[in-house]
Structures are given as C-alpha cells and as structure tokens.
Design a protein around this ligand. Structure first.
Ligand SMILES: NC(=O)c1ccc[n+]([C@@H]2O[C@H](COP(=O)([O-])OP(=O)(O)OC[C@H]3O[C@@H](n4cnc5c(N)ncnc54)[C@H](OP(=O)(O)O)[C@@H]3O)[C@@H](O)[C@H]2O)c1
Length: 253
C-alpha cells in the first residue's frame, strides 16, 4: 500500500488549520495516525490545535504561522511544509472569510479583500501544489469551496462569487491534472456550525462540524471529484441553479 492510500502513514498539509471544519477533519486524520503540517495565521490558536492533534495520535505534527493573503510567501511556505513532512500526499485548503456583504456592496476594497482571501490566495497555493503533485504523478488536493458558489444571491454574492471562481478553477485544474494521477476534490459544505456562522439566524439547525468532517475524510479516501455536504445540498442546489432568472431575481435569498 502506498503512503497516499494508507491513512496511518499519510502526509497531510492543512492550510487554514484553525478553521472549525479543518480542525474537525484533522481530529479524524490524527486518530488514524497521519503526519500533519498545519498552517494558520493565529499562533496561539495554532499551538492549541497542534497540541490537541498530538494527543489524538498524529504520528507527527509541525506548524507554520502565516497570513495566507501574502501570496509572495507561498512558494517558500509550501516547500518548507514538504521538507518538514519529507513528502506530501494530501493538501487540504480550508482558510476563508465570509466577509461583510453589506459593506462590500458599498466599498470595493472590502469586496476585493474577500475575493483575494477566498480566490486569489487559493489560486496561488493551488498553482504550486498542482505542479508539485504533477511532477510526482500522485497526490490529492482537497479544497473547501461552498454551496454559495453555485448561484449568486443578494445576501452573500461577494462571498458566493469568490467560491464560484474557486469551484470553476478547481474544475479546470481537475480536468488538467486527473490524467497525471492527481486528484482534485471540490468540497461544497452547506451552512455548518463553526465560528464563521456563529450567531447567524437559524445557526442551531446548521450541520454538525464532526459529521461534515467525517464525510470529507471519506471523500478524500475515495478520491472523489466533488462533495456536497450534507448530501441533501446537492439536490437543493440543483433546483436553485435551475430557477429561471426572471423568477430568481425577485426572490429574497
Ligand atoms: N461554516 C460554513 O457554514 C461553511 C460553509 C461552506 C463553506 N465554508 C468554507 O469552509 C472553510 C472553513 O470555514 P469554517 O466554517 O471552518 O470557518 P472558520 O472556523 O471561521 O475558519 C476560517 C479559517 O480561515 C482562516 N483564515 C482566514 N483568512 C486567513 C488568512 N488570510 N490567512 C490564514 N488563515 C486565514 C481563519 O483564521 P483566524 O482564525 O486566524 O481568523 C480561520 O481559521 C472556509 O473556506 C469557508 O468559506 C464554510
């Protein structure tokens, strides 16, 4: 069994490792004995997450503090992670911001910041990672996009457009690298209970983060192309995507 298929020897890089969804996913990978390299911008939170994952059984945990908005740093950061892990099987991109939609409607810089963090920074990371994996003809890239990218809605179209761009980029990347032995998994969570959604209306009904994480781990193991999680978001978004524009533009979504 190769290291990429044996969970206990898998080498996993997590970008945005203090995200609620990433943390829950890492708890499962740690319990399987994976080796983890964790990147986050908040050193204190990162140290707590790393310590927890060590106690849960991770074979190896190393960390780096980085603001992922700084794309100039990406090549050195990624090379350092690969060096520290002595290889790489899975890269998991989890960082992102919801942003302030109302402010972004008035101020281009707010909108640009959301697009930079959620789209431009991932494009920079994915370009390096895809070329790294293609050279080795192996590897998995798993990325947290969102159901919000499936159709622009007035309540969050700036965030939604960042995720739409990300999903389209991933679809094209998959089309390029699948034939090189590299898997690209687009993950589209519906609303999930994490810091990002805390305090939102109806948050108590949002998906449980541990269940979402368990589905992500399964999809990575299955080398799936895409995942709607929880699964009912796939038919829901199918319907939403097919509502005629003349009707959709009148809805309060
Ligand atoms: N929760 C949901 O309902 C939901 C639904 C669909 C998709 N998603 C996506 O899932 C991913 C994870 O979100 P989550 O729900 O786990 O939310 P979260 O707990 O708020 O995590 C977001 C993470 O991104 C990090 N981050 C933001 N900007 C960064 C930057 N410039 N550099 C480094 N790290 C940065 C944050 O770091 P700090 O802690 O330092 O701020 C935080 O750890 C995001 O891409 C999100 O868009 C979430």
């Amino acid at each position: 069994m190769s290291s990429s298929t044996n969970p206990s020897s898998r080498k996993i890089l997590v970008l945005g490792a203090t995200s609620g969804i990433a943390e829950a996913t890492c708890r499962i990978w740690a319990s399987q004995g994976a080796s983890l390299f964790l990147v986050a911008r908040n050193a204190e939170k990162l140290a707590v997450v790393a310590a927890d994952l060590r106690t849960r059984g991770a074979s190896f945990v190393d960390t780096a503090v980085a603001d992922l908005d700084d794309t100039e740093q990406h090549p050195a950061l990624l090379a350092h992670a690969v060096n520290s892990l002595a290889g790489l099987d899975v890269a998991y991109l989890a960082h992102g911001v919801l942003g302030d939609q109302a402010q972004a409607e008035q101020d281009f810089h707010t909108a640009a910041h959301i697009l930079h963090t959620n789209l431009m920074a991932p494009v920079s990371l994915l370009t390096w990672l895809a070329n790294f994996f293609v050279q080795r003809r192996a590897g998995t890239i798993a990325v947290l996009s969102s159901v919000a990218g499936d159709r622009g809605r007035k309540s969050n179209y700036v965030y939604g457009s960042s995720k739409a761009g990300l999903s389209a980029f991933l679809a094209g990347l998959r089309n390029r690298v699948d034939r090189e032995g590299v898997t690209v998994l687009t993950i589209k969570p519906g609303p999930t209970k994490t810091a990002m959604t805390a305090g939102m209306k109806g948050a108590e009904k949002f998906a449980d983060v541990d269940k979402v994480a368990a589905s992500i781990v399964k999809a990575v193991d299955a080398r799936a192309d895409s995942l709607y999680v929880p699964f009912q978001w796939q038919p829901i978004m199918f319907v939403i995507r097919h509502i005629p524009e003349r009707v959709f533009k009148k809805l309060n979504l």
